[in-house]
Ligand binder design. Structure first.
Ligand code: PMV
Length: 326
């Protein structure tokens, strides 16, 4: 009862920020993302006799209680689906350095969904895997698939249709995602806490959710039309609205630092000079520049020049979750 799986991280082009049902972890609106080739988690899960509790080794070290509890809750869902009672030995490794500001629950829970379900002898479809991964983390539902992926909000109250689907695969568009690390400190407010606080206190929350539906339709068409500048325009719009609605919570949440703003300014300046490049930012201060392959070198050197940018990671669209061993 053992399996090992890989899943890649993703970044949202139309952001998810708000839950309709926190218990089932159902999103209040859909989202669209790109899976990232070079940022991934490999997890192995083994259900064993004689274990008293689940164990988690994360990046070579025993994980803290908070992480173990979150993993155990997730394993409980798998155990219930599989009708087993055994505890699990879980080993999870990120290929990116810890504390680099890239930590992602998306690759972690997508890899755990695949490895955990296989170790429990469940054979789930990608759609069922996506539903399972969603219960660990909303963005993890998208990391089951490669390329450009849409998370569907779904209509059913049990959440069984709140799953992701692939729009186009990782070979569809030769894009580059250049990530500027502006701070290596761990974020003060996690995404679940941040989105719940926003939903409870921002006077703009319902408008944010309403306008996300329009962005989803526009983004889907822009991707199918291979209209890069349209994709960029909508992605920046969605990103800035997500941060604006978080800032309008009470008290407001600010994920950016001054270097984040410098990166935004530089990317917009480059675009004004005729280079197709746009930015997106998740619940943290790192800036992700998105461009076509021919602009990679220029954008990378421009971002490196900004004082305070600590590291740069370059990646492109990547594949979905895959089983490595069982
Ligand atoms: O999957 P979670 O619960 O960590 O939320 C992800 C939230 C954002 O990264 C900010 C946006 C997104 O759609 O990925």
């Amino acid at each position: 009862m053992k399996a090992k799986a890989i899943a890649h991280s993703n970044i949202a082009l139309v952001k998810y920020w708000g839950k309709k049902d926190p218990k089932l972890n159902l999103p209040a609106a859909g989202s669209i993302s790109v899976t990232l080739r070079d940022i991934y988690t490999i997890s192995s899960v083994e259900f064993k006799d004689k274990l008293e509790k689940d164990n988690l080794i994360l990046n070579g070290k025993p994980a803290d209680t908070l992480k173990v509890n979150r993993m155990t809750s997730f394993m409980n869902i798998i155990r219930e689906q599989a009708g087993i009672d055994l505890k699990a030995e879980v080993v999870s490794d990120n290929n990116f350095p810890t504390g680099a500001g890239l930590a992602s629950s998306a690759s972690a829970f997508a890899s755990l969904a695949l490895a955990g379900s296989r170790a429990a002898n469940l054979s789930l479809s990608n759609s069922a895997l996506s539903e399972l991964a969603r219960k660990g983390s909303g963005s993890a539902a998208r990391s089951i698939f490669g390329g450009f992926v849409e998370m569907q909000v779904g209509e059913k109250s049990d959440g069984s249709d709140a799953t992701a689907i692939q729009l186009v695969d990782e070979n569809y568009w030769n894009m580059k995602i250049i990530i500027a690390i502006t701070s290596e400190e761990s974020k003060a407010i996690g995404s679940t806490e941040g989105m719940n606080h926003t939903a409870n206190t921002s006077p703009f929350y319902s408008q944010w959710i309403y306008s996300s539906q329009i962005d989803l339709d526009d983004m889907r068409s822009a991707i199918f039309d291979r209209n890069f500048s349209k994709v960029g325009e909508i992605a920046e719009f969605s990103c800035l609205k997500m941060h604006a609605v978080a800032m309008s919570a009470n008290p407001g949440i600010i994920y950016w630092n001054s270097i984040t703003v410098k990166c935004i300014e530089r990317i917009r300046k480059l675009r004004q000079s005729g280079i197709p490049v746009f930015f997106t930012i998740d619940a943290g201060p790192q800036v992700k520049a998105i461009c076509l392959a021919e602009a990679e070198n220029l954008i990378t050197s421009e971002l490196k020049e900004i004082e305070g940018v600590k590291k740069i990671f370059i990646t492109s669209p990547g594949s979905g979750a895959a089983l490595l061993e069982e």
